[in-house]
Design a protein around this ligand. Structure first.
Ligand SMILES: N[C@@H](Cc1ccccc1)C(=O)O
Length: 508
């Protein structure tokens, strides 16, 4: 029998009674692992080896983890500096200890957030104490880092570190888990017979070179076969973020449903953001706590005077025969104040008023998929800025059924068919509904939007004489339902889940 040199080498390195991994074969034959894998597949085809495959969970330190192997964990450095400063006897000023520790920037925060948790001492109103009984040598995380310092992608259960410590290192971003396919090879009976009969080495060529071509030698050599199953290096090229891809898809769907796109300023006057929506000027959402106000310029110059007058009247006296306004002060200066928009309903008021595209005759459908800004507290479902899918339909006669039907049609395009509605209150819609969807992995209800039918008090000053139904939906929440992540920070910002972003395919 004749075989290419690599295959002969692999046969000689493998055994009949013990499975040998591709990595071990690569080490024994001095061939690159991809070449060994190629040879193994060809030997399998010839019935000379049996190949088994399993997926191993492996661990390796991240760059940050490696840095701490050399420099020490920040909390331990802080502890040592605190001891040095005598903090085991009396509290010492934080600034002094941090200065002495040599910790800088983010490492200071890391030290502070782990210090008390791991029992090194206390931190209180600018002072630090050190617990004399704490023992850095017994620090499970530090010892694990040491143990992992010279392994690379070792199987989890081979590294001798308990699951809890591995988990805390992973949470701190010091350790990474990966999955790798391990292929193991054993010789078959047939291989033993062939080896005993003697195998000759045939030369095959893996790559055409200029020399082979110019010398004409290429005509005589035997080329090795392509192995399309060999493991190849993974390339992570740039790609459009899944949020952007989904936003594009949302636009396509809405255009397909007959909507036109609205555009407008991210910074706008409170007039367009709130007053035109019959939002009372003393509404809690209009306090400085919730909005990002502009300092310079602080006010808009241009507002349509007659509209300002009508909006003011609606706020003070209401509309229609027996209308009721808010009977509270209305201040034009307050309406002129500029802020980052907290919702894109500011675009709707601009368009409905005729300010953007002139007066509109029903039927009309408009949408936008744009960023909004809120001074919220960051948590798994809230960011300070997010994308809103704004929309409205203007027609002679609209009912709640039209509103719900529109949502059902829209969300079905993204595979979401279990939308739930809950009565809600907005100063500008009556009735109002919040929308919910079910999270695909946790099963929890997630709020995905807010909607309603615009009130007379809002529409009359804008000069709209028919019905308008409207909504603001959160694009990020739609993605949560589509792709099953649980924390909005998985797709945004420095803590994002790169694997999720790389591997998620936007298929709808
Ligand atoms: N502006 C509302 C959404 C909404 C728009 C239009 C009508 C009703 C509700 C929000 O941000 O939550």
């Amino acid at each position: 029998m004749q075989l290419p040199a690599q295959q002969v080498a692999v046969l000689e390195a493998a055994s009949t009674d013990e499975a040998t991994s591709v990595d071990a074969l690569a080490a024994a034959t001095d061939l690159p692992p991809e070449t060994v894998t190629g040879a193994v597949f060809e030997l399998e085809d010839r019935g000379l080896v049996a190949v088994s495959e399993r997926v191993d969970e492996t661990v390796a330190l991240t760059d940050e983890g490696r840095d701490y192997v050399t420099d020490g964990l920040p909390e331990i450095r802080l502890y040592e500096a605190a001891l040095e400063a005598g903090a085991d006897a009396d509290p010492v000023s934080m600034g002094q200890v941090i200065g002495a520790s040599g910790l800088e920037g983010g490492a200071v925060d890391i030290a502070l957030s782990n210090y008390a948790r791991k029992g090194y001492g206390t931190i209180d109103s600018g002072e630090i104490t050190a617990d004399a009984d704490a023992d850095p040598d017994a620090d499970a995380e530090a010892n694990a880092l040491e143990a992992l310092s010279d392994v690379d992608d070792a199987p989890v259960d081979s590294v001798g570190v308990d699951a809890e410590t591995l988990e805390s290192l992973e949470r701190r971003g010091l350790l990474e888990r990966r999955e790798s396919t391990v292929r193991e090879v054993t010789l078959t009976e047939r291989a033993v017979t062939e080896l005993m009969a003697g195998i000759e080495t045939s030369e095959t060529v893996g790559q055409v070179t200029p020399e082979l071509l110019t010398s004409g030698e290429w005509e005589d050599v035997e080329f090795s076969e392509y192995n399309v199953e060999a493991d190849a290096e993974r390339f992570d090229g740039g790609k459009v973020h899944i949020l952007r891809q989904t936003a594009e898809r949302v636009k396509d769907v809405l255009v397909g449903m007959g909507f036109q796109e609205m555009e407008g300023p991210h910074v706008d006057a409170d007039f367009w953001i709130n007053d035109c929506l019959f939002m009372p000027q003393d509404h809690p959402a209009r306090t400085h706590w919730d909005r990002f106000a502009l300092e310079r310029p602080a006010h808009i110059d241009e507002l349509p005077e007659d509209l300002v007058e009508r909006v003011e009247r609606a706020h003070r006296e209401g509309v229609g025969e027996d209308g009721e306004g808010y009977h509270s002060p209305w201040d034009e200066d307050f309406a002129r104040a500029l802020a980052l928009r907290g919702h894109t309903t500011s675009l709707s008021t601009r368009y409905l008023s005729g300010e953007e595209v002139g007066e509109l005759e029903p039927p009309q459908r408009y949408f936008s998929v744009e960023k909004v800004y809120r001074n919220d507290t960051l948590d798994p479902t809230h960011l300070l800025e997010f994308f809103q899918i704004e929309g409205w339909v203007m027609a002679e006669d609209l009912s709640v059924r039209d509103l719900m039907g529109t949502f059902e049609e829209f969300y079905a395009q993204f595979g979401i068919t279990d939308i739930q509605f809950k009565p809600h209150y907005n100063p500008y819609t009556e009735p109002s509904f919040e929308l919910f969807g079910t999270h695909p992995t946790t099963g929890e209800l997630v709020e995905i939007g807010n909607s309603g039918i615009f009130r007379e008090e809002m529409l009359e000053p804008l000069g709209v004489e028919c019905d308008v139904m409207a909504w603001g939906l959160a694009l990020e929440r739609l993605l949560m339902l589509m792709y099953g992540f649980e924390d909005i920070r998985d797709i945004h910002g420095t803590l994002c889940d790169l694997d999720l972003l790389r591997e998620t395919e936007v298929t709808y």
